[in-house]
Design a protein. Structure first.
Length: 303
């Protein structure tokens, strides 16, 4: 009889309990891996048999019941196409804006607990009291920038960057910066909260690994109320936070033929209105409004 070691038990005494390890081979219980077996009722004085296969099967059942559907569609272009179809129903028609939404995976920018809602038309918390903006509002603002006066229609077969050099105020988690990147020659995106600036940086680094031609997106940690003079002027400026007035620096850094789109608090009631400011080729300014919105407040300084 093969023995595992210096055991004192023998096969001729099968009813006797093993007194110490290692056991003889014929006393080692085998558990077949094909299909679960009911666990034997524990006998008085005997230890419960460990059944690792049963634990693994249970873990697999739990995984199926509780796991988020990552990989079950969120990585798929079809999920983003459905979002694009909804944007079209909301009146977004610019092909490059729609294309950007089809390309950028929004679920990579939200917390794991919220990935199920990543492609709904809703704003979502990104930490520090801030939110990633609603896709339909982001798309509407981007479309307003694309159709500013003087921008030629895209020529067939050529890469089109209708936003030129673009300044974004409020990087947040970096999602909108990634969208803008697909429509711009360069994006400069400023965030005043250091932790969010770092989060945007990490998110865009992840995204960069998925995209063969990474757009020129520069993230800046600083107070967006002073714009970013070193890379000015900007053909387009977009703010994801609203204050009581448009900072003078934004107006100064807007190029002739450029357009700025930002939420602006109304003097009475504090409600925000989407404001469009065009700098005409002769240098003069022209204001218009495009409906009520609700954005987080524009704050000065950095944290
Ligand atoms: N576009 C972002 C949404 C950001 S929410 C995204 O896709 O996730 C608005 C952001 O504006 C917040 O992160 C807030 O911290 C930032 N913000 C507010 N005031 C700012 C300022 N003066 N300069 C830079 N960022 C500012």
């Amino acid at each position: 009889m093969a023995r595992l070691g210096g055991d004192t038990m023998s096969a001729s005494q099968p009813d006797r309990k093993p007194r110490r390890f290692p056991l003889q081979l014929d006393q080692v219980a085998t558990v077949k891996s094909a299909g679960p077996r009911p666990a034997p009722a524990p006998q008085a004085g005997s230890r419960e048999l460990l059944r690792p296969q049963a634990h693994l099967q249970q873990a697999e059942q739990d995984r199926r019941r509780h796991s988020t559907p990552q990989g079950v569609g969120l990585d798929s272009i079809h999920v983003r196409r459905r979002m694009v179809e909804r944007l079209m129903l909301d009146g977004i028609s610019h092909p490059h804006v729609l294309d950007a939404f089809a390309r950028v995976p929004r679920h990579l920018f939200v917390d794991t607990a919220l990935v199920n809602q990543a492609y709904e038309d809703t704003s979502l918390p990104i930490g520090l009291g801030q939110t990633i903006s609603k896709p339909s509002v982001v798309a509407a603002m981007m479309q307003l920038l694309c159709v500013r006066p003087g921008v030629p229609a895209p020529a067939a077969g050529t890469p089109h960057r209708p936003l030129g050099v673009c300044l974004e105020i409020g990087s947040g988690c970096g999602y909108q910066a990634a969208l803008l990147g697909h429509l711009s020659r360069r994006v400069v995106s400023i965030e005043r909260l250091r932790d969010l600036h770092l989060k945007a940086r990490a998110n865009l680094d992840t995204l960069r690994q998925h995209l063969p031609e990474w757009p020129d997106v520069r993230l800046v940690y600083g107070d967006g109320m002073i714009g970013h003079a070193p890379l000015a002027p900007y053909d387009t400026i977009i703010a994801a936070a609203g204050g009581a007035a448009l900072p003078q620096a934004w107006i100064d850094q807007l190029a002739p033929g450029g357009r700025l789109v930002a939420p602006l608090e109304e003097a009475r009631g504090g409600t925000q209105v989407l404001t469009i400011l065009d700098r005409l080729p002769d240098g003069s300014l022209q204001h218009s409004r495009a409906g009520a919105v609700l954005f987080v407040p524009l704050k000065s300084g950095t944290t």
